[in-house]
Structures are given as structure tokens and as C-alpha cells.
Ligand binder design. Structure first.
Ligand code: NAI
Length: 299
């Protein structure tokens, strides 16, 4: 049980020009990985673009003796996602892991949201991850690769972020679906729910004092997320279809369960009303099935 190294491993990290993704890229490169640093370099709401965030992280990695290339396409475009994967193959010859981390974030009330903004959230978080994975999948099947998607604690509820949280719900679904789909090929698919003091977190708290900002930065450094992503991206990863939450040194598991509930062949609305407490009772609940039993159930 030695150090978990990534020598001769190739990892794609999307959104790696800043914040949490930068932390992933630096840790993986320090442990020997060749890293494809993808970042379109836009604003927190997903508008705009710049090549410097990705290039700066690549410069940081190479200055430390690591191997990395910068790709500045958007994951949300079909051509961009294909280019990210093609660049990994052209430069490094294979793909061992994909960390889908690119994300955008804008709060808008449900009765007043802007359609383009809502759509952009789904396109970056869900479709972007799916497009990168569609292109990378045949390569991951060769290496028995790993996939790490990026979910969020916001699925427990937060306002007014319906576009963002809808997208993160999609990421959870994508993770569960691909964990089952990837099992025959030995591909493991998990997600993380990070908490880190990045520009995204501060975008949600514009009126924070300097002291409070400094406090969050000390408590929740973005680099503190990378150990969990690196574990899930490593050949030694022992789980699939799971979601690990991480921030400030704490790591937990998110679970979805099902209560024993009731079974009545002739259901009526009144039965639901009268037996609601039995339906809601969590005693004897079961966790979501592991992906192995789901695969058996569907084949
Ligand atoms: P950040 O804004 O610092 O970094 C996100 C990076 O993704 C940016 O550099 C941005 O240019 C890039 N990006 C955005 N759209 C892109 C696209 N279409 N193609 C390529 N790159 C793109 O934010 P942070 O906090 O580092 O977020 C990383 C991930 O973690 C996101 O998926 C976010 O939703 C998730 N997350 C973060 C939390 C936090 O506490 N910071 C909490 C829960 C989830």
C-alpha cells in the first residue's frame, strides 16, 4: 500500500484553469500524471472566454517539472469536447481518467429566469460532461479508466439557483447511469460534492467582509478537494456510482435510500393520506443499490 502515483497516466481535467480544477491538475501532475488542462476561461455565469487560466496552470505545472497541455475549448460544444479528447490522444496516446469539473453559476428566481442562462447551466454541467465522456469512452474502455464528475451540496436545496441545481441533479443521474454502463468494461464512475472558497462560492456571497472572505479561504482551500478526486481517478479506486462530499478536510458519503413503505394492491388517495407516516418512516430503509446489482437486474 504505497503512495498513489499517476506515472504514465493521462488525466483530463475540465475547468482546470481556476479553483478546484486547478487543485486537481496540480496534485495529479505532482504525482506523475500527464494532465490535459482544459479551461474556456469565462466568467462565473459562463459568458466570455480567455486562454490564460488554462495556460497559467500549465506553466505552473511545467515549472514544477510536470507534464501538461492547455486546451481552451468549451466542454459545452460538441467540437470542443471532441477536441479536448483528441488532444489527449495526440499528445499523450491514451486516457486513464476524466475529471469533469467545469462549471458555471448564476442565481435567478424561477419566475424570472433567463432561458439562455438556464440552458447554459444544463449545457456546461450535464451535456458538457456527457460530450467529453462520449468522446473519451472508447479510450477509457481500453485503460479500464476512471471518471469523476462534480456534483454539489446544493441538491439538498438552495435558493435561487434552480438552473444550477437542476444541472447538478443531472450530473448525479449521469454518474449513476454510467457507473452501470461502465461496469462490464471496468470503468468506474463516481462524483464529488466539493465545498471550497473559490470565485464561484464568493459569487454567491457578494457582500462578504474582507475578514469573512479570508476566514473562508483558510477554512476551505480549493486544493483540499483534490485528494478525493485523485483517489477516485486512480486505478486503486474501489467504488463506483458513489458520491463523496469533501471540504476543509472532511469527507462524507452522500446516500439515497428507500423506505420500506406500504404495499396495497388497490391504492387510493385516502390510503396515502391515512398511511403517510408509514410511507415516510425511514426505519429499515435501504440504500440505493450498488451498481453491480443494478447491472445484473438489467441484463
Ligand atoms: P471556478 O469558477 O473557480 O472554476 C470553474 C472553472 O470552470 C473556471 O475556470 C471556468 O473558466 C471553467 N469553465 C466554465 N465553463 C466551462 C466550459 N464550458 N468549458 C471549459 N471550462 C469551463 O469554480 P469552482 O468553485 O472551482 O468550481 C469547480 C466545480 O465545482 C464546478 O463544477 C462547481 O459547480 C463545483 N462546485 C463548487 C463548489 C464550491 O464550493 N466552490 C460547491 C459545489 C460544487
Amino acid at each position: 500500500m504505497g503512495e498513489m502515483r499517476f506515472d504514465n497516466q493521462v488525466v483530463i481535467v475540465t475547468g482546470a484553469g481556476r479553483g478546484i480544477g486547478r487543485g486537481h491538475a496540480l496534485l495529479l501532475a505532482a504525482r506523475g500524471a500527464s494532465v490535459v488542462v482544459n479551461d474556456a476561461g469565462g466568467l462565473p455565469d459562463g459568458t466570455g472566454n480567455s486562454s490564460s487560466p488554462a495556460q497559467d496552470v500549465v506553466a505552473e505545472i511545467t515549472a514544477l517539472g510536470g507534464k501538461a497541455i492547455a486546451i481552451t475549448d468549451s466542454v459545452a460544444s460538441e467540437a470542443g469536447a471532441s477536441h479536448i479528447v483528441a488532444a489527449a490522444i495526440d499528445h499523450f496516446g491514451k486516457i486513464d481518467a476524466v475529471i469533469n469539473n467545469a462549471g458555471i453559476y448564476l442565481g435567478q428566481a424561477i419566475d424570472a429566469f433567463d432561458i439562455d442562462t438556464f440552458r447554459r447551466h444544463l449545457e456546461v454541467h450535464v451535456l458538457g460532461a456527457a460530450l467529453v465522456l462520449r468522446a473519451a469512452w472508447p479510450h477509457l474502455a481500453i485503460t479500464k479508466g476512471r471518471i469523476v464528475n462534480t456534483m454539489s451540496a446544493s441538491i439538498f436545496g438552495m435558493t435561487p439557483y434552480s438552473a444550477y441545481i437542476s444541472a447538478k441533479g443531472g450530473v448525479l443521474g449521469l454518474t449513476r447511469a454510467l457507473a452501470v454502463e461502465g461496469r462490464p468494461a471496468g470503468i468506474k464512475v463516481n462524483c464529488i460534492a466539493p465545498a471550497a472558497a473559490t470565485r464561484m462560492m464568493f459569487a454567491a456571497m457578494p457582500d462578504l467582509s474582507e475578514d469573512a472572505t479570508a476566514h473562508y479561504k483558510r477554512l476551505l482551500p480549493p486544493e483540499a478537494i483534490a485528494p478525493v478526486a485523485a483517489y477516485l481517478a486512480h486505478a486503486d479506486c474501489a467504488v463506483s456510482g458513489e458520491c463523496l462530499a469533501v471540504g476543509g478536510g472532511r469527507v462524507t458519503r452522500y446516500i439515497i435510500g428507500e423506505t420500506p413503505g406500504i404495499t396495497r394492491p388497490e391504492l387510493t388517495p385516502e390510503i396515502i393520506r391515512d398511511e403517510l407516516s408509514a410511507i415516510m418512516d425511514t426505519q429499515g430503509y435501504q440504500l440505493w443499490p450498488d451498481t453491480e446489482s443494478l447491472e445484473r437486474a438489467t441484463t
